[in-house]
Every structure is written in structure tokens, then in C-alpha cells.
Design a protein around this ligand. Structure first.
Ligand SMILES: [Zn+2]
Ligand SMILES: [Zn+2]
Length: 112
């Protein structure tokens, strides 16, 4: 036998919480939105813009893919707070690295 709350929808539970402490719910939503939003975060966009600019002026020079030496590479960020600290990866290996990170995130290891 499940608790009565199990039958409540997410929205109903949220509404109950919101009536109790609206500011806290808003903060929670903000934090969650920043971490799992489908759109790239502002930090991510800023890092990409910096890479784009640095490549233009030659501060950042693409290197062959770390894994397979493919020359068609993208800049992969480990930390968006360090926009010019990138690893060069081909499309294939970039996809693999992100799949690994998604698994790590699911396991509770947060991707910066
Ligand atoms: Zn590669
Ligand atoms: Zn990446």
C-alpha cells in the first residue's frame, strides 16, 4: 500500500510546497533549470564564443583529435569557467566523451 501522496501529480506536490515556501521553490527551480536545461547555459555559450574568438585571432590553434588524429575537430570543455582550456576531439570522439559524461552525471558525478 502506497502513501496517499504517491497519487499526487508532480504539479500538485509542487503547489503544496509553493504555498509553504514560495521563495525556496523558485530557488530550487532556478538551480535545476541551470543544471539540466536542454538549452546550453549562459556559461556554455560564453565559453564557445571565447573559443570562436581565440581561434580567429590564433590564440587557440586546433589540434588533431586526441584519440584518432582526425583533423576535423571541435573544442571540448571540461570546465566552462576555463573557456580556453579545451580538448580537441573529432565529432565521433566528442560524442563518445559526452556519452561518458552523461553516464557519470547519472551516477552522481557532476559535470562542470
Ligand atoms: Zn577522434
Ligand atoms: Zn564537449
Amino acid at each position: 500500500m502506497r502513501g496517499w501522496y504517491a497519487g499526487k501529480s508532480q504539479a500538485e506536490r509542487r503547489e503544496m510546497l509553493q504555498n509553504r515556501d514560495p521563495e525556496r521553490v523558485r530557488a530550487y527551480d532556478r538551480a535545476r533549470g541551470g543544471m539540466r536545461g536542454r538549452k546550453p547555459s549562459e556559461k556554455q555559450n560564453r565559453a564557445r564564443r571565447k573559443v570562436h574568438l581565440a581561434r580567429k585571432v590564433g590564440d587557440l590553434v586546433p589540434e588533431p583529435c586526441l584519440f584518432c588524429d582526425d583533423l576535423q575537430v571541435v573544442a571540448h570543455h571540461h570546465d566552462y569557467d576555463l573557456p580556453l582550456e579545451v580538448t580537441w576531439l573529432c565529432r565521433h570522439h566528442h560524442g563518445r566523451v559526452h556519452a561518458d559524461e552523461a553516464r557519470a552525471a547519472a551516477a552522481g558525478i557532476v559535470h562542470a
